[in-house]
Design a protein around this ligand. Structure first.
Ligand SMILES: O=c1cc[nH]c(=O)[nH]1
Length: 214
């Protein structure tokens, strides 16, 4: 199932527009902040699909019945570009356990690349609701690789994928390989360059957050 943030106009569109804008995106602090704000919006949207149970909350003046979330998701992100988006999710799911995974493109001289996964730090995810965030879903290969690894290691109860900008091809790849995952996307763009950058996209999310890497 796909949940698309920009289907209904909201303030989220402003944050996505600022991430994309060629001048505004160079303000690194604003770029990270907009990623974080979108993480918060995704957290709110996902929270609306979770299970709640009414509980009594004692106030100074009496007792309030409040429906409270029953189970917090485990927040998993892909280093390094995922960190600000992850922080936004964590701001709202503020008692969640977290998992961190590194995945990067190792490009050969012929410009082809393979995805390398090296760092893997997770709690036990069996029986848990898991949210995996990565700001850009380009080919979808790293996301599929990471999620397949998680699914092979753990009996995950429910898998959610969060990306700010996806390519149509990436969405197709994820849906074909992870049919049970729920996708939460900010926007879906039509094209991919030969180097697998999303067009119009926004450029390199990791570099825009943290500076160019070698
Ligand atoms: O367009 C893209 C694709 C992958 N990763 C990015 O940061 N940008």
């Amino acid at each position: 199932m796909i949940h698309l943030l920009n289907k209904t106009p909201s303030i989220a569109n402003q944050f996505i527009a600022e991430l994309r804008h060629i001048d505004m995106q160079n303000d690194r602090m604003r770029f990270r902040k907009n990623m974080e704000r979108l993480g918060e919006i995704f957290a709110y949207e996902i929270s609306r699909k979770m299970e709640y149970l009414e509980e009594d909350v004692l106030t100074p003046l009496g007792m309030a019945r409040v429906p409270l979330i029953q189970e917090l998701p485990v927040l998993t992100t892909i280093l390094r570009a995922g960190l600000p988006l992850h922080q936004g999710l964590l701001n709202y799911f503020d008692r969640s356990d977290c998992a961190y995974i590194s995945a990067y493109r190792k490009t050969s001289k012929s410009n082809e690349f393979e995805i390398k996964m090296e760092y893997f730090s997770t709690p036990d995810l069996s029986g848990r609701i898991v949210i995996v965030s990565d700001p850009m879903l380009a080919t979808g290969s790293s996301m599929v690789l990471v999620c397949k690894e998680l699914l092979a290691r753990f009996d995950i109860k429910e898998l959610h994928i969060v990306s700010v900008i996806a390519s149509a091809l990436g969405v197709e790849h994820v849906r074909a390989n992870l049919p049970k995952a729920q996708l939460w996307l900010g926007a879906v763009d039509e094209e991919l360059t030969s180097k697998a950058y999303i067009v119009p996209g926004l450029g390199d999310a990791g570099d825009l957050c943290f500076g160019e890497k070698i």
